[in-house]
Design a protein around this ligand. Sequence first.
Ligand SMILES: C[S@@+](CC[C@H](N)C(=O)[O-])C[C@H]1O[C@@H](n2cnc3c(N)ncnc32)[C@H](O)[C@@H]1O
Length: 309
Amino acid sequence: MLALDTSKKLSFSKLIASGDLVIVYERHETMKAVKVCEGSVFQNRFGMFKHSHWIGLPFGSKVYSNKSGYVYLLAPSPELWTLVLSHRTQILYIADISFVIMYLEIVPGCLVLESGTGSGSLTTSLVRAVAPTGHVHTFDFHEQRAASAREDFERTGVSSMVTVGVRDIQGKGFPDELCGLADAVFLDLPQPWLVIVSAAKMLKPDATLCSFSPCIEQVQRSCEALRTNFTDIRTFEVLLRTYEVREVKINSMRGQGGSPCQQPPCKRRHTNEGSDKQESVSSAIMARPSAEARGHTGYLTFARLRCSA
Ligand SMILES: C[S@@+](CC[C@H](N)C(=O)[O-])C[C@H]1O[C@@H](n2cnc3c(N)ncnc32)[C@H](O)[C@@H]1O
């Protein structure tokens, strides 16, 4: 469960209990959300792990299998949830999510409208940002997706702060009862320009809107529509560069010139006796851009509701 009390991270405030959701972490690319259940086991290539051994441990614990393999048990933060959730649609990732929350000025107590819900990746972070007193109303016209999102919000413990509505937002706009109540509106829809007038009605004076679109043609149409009611229209593309950090072994020959400060501290493996050349093996930490780094995800267009004097 995610922390409802935002003054504390979940991992600092409680021990793992039966019924909790934990993120079983092998490495960055291999994580799985698991519900802890007294009599269950978790199986992976490292062996078998009994859930009963996990109960009562702090989040972050390293636990061992019957074959002495290990995994870490992490608390399901929105950041990790985004990496493990089941993809029913394209989703927003951390770089875009963090930029959206900052730029939309979302703080505890805010009321936020979102469409479409999709896989609920962004929604989960929106909820944590508005918690404990705010609320997120998220809408998707796809009934099954909305139902799956509701189930996920139950699992992650945020359901009291989010309402999932089934509605064609492009066709009908946001519901009238939310008129003038929203601190922020977020759109991830194929034709966001159809929703701009409705979004303007929902927002409080000086509140902000963001629309995510993968294609620049969608951005152009949205910006055209925004000019009627909005000001400070800005589009961003958030490009994240990920680095792989790893330890590498370096073979080096001493006594062949080169300044001593160019030689990293080394552990000698082999020495050629009787020669003034010594072969040694040292290790160094190297960082290089990841070959699998994500490139373009989409464009984020922000705008502020124009207030009439
Ligand atoms: C790309 S997904 C949103 C992903 C979401 N931002 C996330 O991070 O998980 C777009 C969603 O918009 C929904 N959608 C498309 N047209 C819609 C409409 N007219 N009204 C409401 N939802 C719509 C789709 O069903 C889909 O689930």
